[in-house]
Design a protein around this ligand. Structure first.
Ligand SMILES: *Cc1c(COP(=O)(O)O)cnc(C)c1O
Length: 735
């Protein structure tokens, strides 16, 4: 049945609906939507950071209408927009079943960063990516949610490595008109204007709306002509500037966020502070209650009932602390509004309220003014209870009221295209047995089977449980998938390295295919280059590692990526060391560093590598999430038993480095971990990967991949995580 050509009206309608899809981040987790945008402008898609809005701007209305005259393409577009409408109007969500009784109004989620997609680079790292994944899952589950953050018009920095192998930073200006976001309008039809008092100034801000599936995320923006230049630049860069910029950004986020919600008429059921950055919101909630006639004590108690707090790190520097001077300079309005002294205000952020030398800590404020708090893994919960015991010295440490919810990832958003297609083919085989493999690449675009939501099934635990069954998927199929993914990543790395090299040397001295070996055991490491993550740990035994990499029969190779904080010279030295080794040691060709780590690079690496290496100094990795992204692609974790891996590892589904304990001395720990890392690699990982049958298939390795898929993939998702937040935190306990 050939699809019929559309009438002009139908084409107009379709184009308008496609436009709507482009301004909803839903397309970032819908493969078919992405394929439509890709096809409209393949180079545009590639060069504009896979941005649907920019692609639609690239294609004229006339071109789009002509393209839609092609019935086959029009049918696919219709399929996408129908899918979108179905998603947006679905009634039978988890939230509809479980949450309405519990949550009448939306959850307001405040965070200093949101990492949704490479198109909108306003996250510095894992905290933001987690927030983005939280928002996506809240939408998928049908939970009322509204996100609050800032629109940093220069985002987080871009990394470029110079000829000394030193990280340099540059910023590019984001253009809201070309991004999946829209200005928020007030009742008068004009862009909304709100104000927040910072220091002695009233700083005006407006807001942008990012549609994350069914839910809005609002990004505050002070770049308005009526503001002083330094106030306009509060929303310039993620964590830009010094502590005085930081405190002003946090006042804007916390207080401004509440003001915006009030202006929009949103009355959240609960305020979720994702990390301490947003904690000033409690002062605004208290001010409102005082104004409504409550006493300070009543206002405080009522505010506490509305707030919950998630702490994300045991690293000291991760907890913002502001001096009394800075507080009285930038935040004196709080004491005025709450009619309290500056000392009383400081007390809210102090462990010892009367200690005049103690700075104001945002984490302390958040803990004091929330009804419940949590860490992001079991171990991190325990470590946090110890860390903040002094705040609750009247109870034993086990009773410090900080629980835990282990982080997760938004599975559909992270699953790479070929992997989704791979599983999708399985669904169609189920329907029509015996048709396996037919079509191959020519059926690149699949039709949604009518009446069955395969994407929903793909994220169900039941689906992943079948993977242990070789009748469902064979070792050969899984191994060939691994080859596809490894090759895609290697070719991605080669392209990126060529560009990196050309930029630095102005010539191409890398020979494309001399870099990386598609048959080698490929080990990936990519994350922020915070020093506690110890990126170069593996190279403490450099001669042994060179030996492993140059082994002809059982070759190993390494791919690294990551950004160091602009002011972290130690982190930059780690990068320099690794790049130096990649260029000037015998590791050349077996070790590469890919510049400018972001969500796109992350997606390539977690899917293409065979092993995801993580060797933080325990217990400083509160959870870690990149290793969770590896599982659905058949990439195995090799990690210290810290954060999530301590809960995920069961002896059959990946590799542990060392024991479920750590020595007190840092030096001893580094020495021990370096040894354990090397032992795990040489005694377990390499032998298993190269244990092949006569066709070269590593059956035992693949068995481990199956175990990882069964035990880890359905467990470490933000679907599970958001359900836990909803049931255990968003809903007041005991009601
Ligand atoms: C997932 C992710 C992170 C977090 O990774 P960790 O393992 O938690 O350090 C950081 N940055 C990007 C771009 C990511 O995609």
């Amino acid at each position: 049945m050939a699809p019929k050509r559309l009438k002009t009206e139908q084409i107009k309608d379709l184009a308008a609906r496609l436009d709507k899809v482009a301004t909803n981040l839903w397309w970032t987790w819908d493969e078919e939507a992405q394929e439509v945008f890709y096809e409209l402008s393949p180079r545009g898609w590639q060069n504009l950071f896979h941005n649907a809005v920019a692609v639609l701007h690239e294609v004229s209305d006339y071109e789009l209408s002509v393209r839609l005259l092609n019935p086959e393409f029009a049918a696919r577009v219709r399929h996408v927009v129908d899918g979108f409408d179905q998603y947006m109007t679905a009634k039978d969500t988890w939230g509809a079943k479980h949450a309405p009784k519990l949550l009448k109004n939306p959850v307001a989620y405040f965070t200093a960063e949101f990492g949704f997609h490479e198109t909108l680079p306003i996250a510095a790292g894992g905290l933001g990516v987690l927030a983005g994944d939280h928002a996506k899952s809240a939408s998928d589950l049908g939970i009322g949610f509204v996100g609050i953050s800032l629109f940093y018009r220069e985002g987080y920095f871009q990394q470029a490595i110079d000829h000394n192998n030193w990280q340099t930073e540059y910023y590019s200006l984001l253009n809201p008109a070309n991004l999946p976001m829209e200005p928020v309008h007030g009742a008068d039809g004009k862009p909304i204007r709100c104000k927040v008092r910072i220091g002695s100034a009233d700083v005006a801000f407006t807001a942008w709306r990012v549609n994350v599936g069914r839910n809005p995320v609002y990004l505050l923006d002070t770049n308005l002509p009526e503001n002083e230049p330094h106030h306009r630049d509060l929303t310039l860069r993620v964590y830009g500037g010094d502590t005085s910029t930081r405190i002003m950004q946090e006042i804007l986020l916390g207080v401004g966020g509440v003001r915006l919600l009030r202006t929009l008429g949103v009355a959240p059921s609960v305020f979720h502070m994702n990390e301490g950055h947003a904690a000033f919101l409690v002062f605004e909630l208290m001010r409102e209650k005082l104004q409504a006639g409550k006493t300070l004590a009543e206002a405080e108690a009522a505010t506490r009932q509305e707030c919950i707090f998630t702490t994300h790190t045991p690293v000291e520097a991760g907890h913002d602390r502001f001096s009394a001077d800075l507080m009285s300079y930038s935040a004196h309005c709080f004491s005025e509004q709450l009619k309290i002294s500056q000392d009383q205000l400081m007390a809210y952020g102090r462990v010892r309220p009367k200690d005049r030398h103690e700075p104001f800590c945002m984490t302390v404020l958040a803990l004091k003014l929330s009804r419940a708090a949590n860490g992001v893994s079991e171990l991190h919960g325990r470590v946090s209870r110890h860390m903040w015991h002094t705040l609750y010295s009247n109870v034993p440490v086990e009773q410090v009221p900080i629980g835990h919810i282990t982080n997760g990832i938004h599975l559909l958003g992270w699953m790479k295209g070929p992997v989704r297609k791979f599983w999708r083919r399985k669904f169609s085989e189920e329907i029509a047995p015996g048709k396996s493999g037919s079509g191959g690449e020519s059926t690149r675009f699949w039709k949604r089977e009518p009446g069955r939501d395969w994407a929903q099934r793909l994220i169900s635990p039941e689906f992943w449980h079948q993977i242990e069954d070789p009748a469902f998927v064979s070792d050969e199929e899984l191994w060939s998938l691994r080859y596809t993914l490894r090759r895609e990543m290697i070719e991605f790395c080669r392209r990126r390295l060529l560009l990196q090299e050309q930029r630095v040397t102005q010539r191409d001295f890398i020979i494309f295919d001399h870099l990386l070996n598609p048959d080698a055991l490929t080990i990936g490491f990519a994350r922020r280059f915070a020093t506690y993550k110890r990126a170069p740990l593996i190279f403490q035994r450099i001669d042994d590692i060179i030996h492993l990499c140059r082994d002809q029969k059982r070759p190993v190779q390494f791919i690294f990526a990551g950004k160091a904080h602009p002011r972290d010279d130690d982190g930059k030295r780690f990068i320099q060391k690794i790049i130096h080794l990649s260029k000037y040691s015998d590791l050349k060709g077996h070790l590469v560093f890919v510049e400018n780590y972001d969500i796109h690079v992350a997606r390539q690496m977690v899917s293409g590598c065979d092993v995801w290496m993580n060797n933080p100094r325990r217990p400083l990795e509160a959870s870690g999430t990149s290793g969770m992204k590896a599982g659905c692609h058949g990439c195995l974790n090799m990690s210290i038993l810290d954060g999530w891996w301590r809960e995920g590892y069961d002896g059959t589904n990946g590799f542990a480095i060392g024991e479920d304990s750590h020595p007190d001395s840092v030096e001893e720990q580094d020495r021990l971990d370096s040894k354990n890392l090397y032992d795990t690699l040489t005694k377990q990982v390499i032998p298993l990967f190269f244990d092949r049958d006569e066709h070269g298939i590593p059956h035992k390795w693949i068995k481990m991949i199956r175990r990882a898929m069964v035990t880890l993939v359905p467990q470490f998702t933000t679907d599970r995580m958001v359900k836990e937040y909803t049931e255990n935190y968003y809903v007041p306990q005991g009601r």
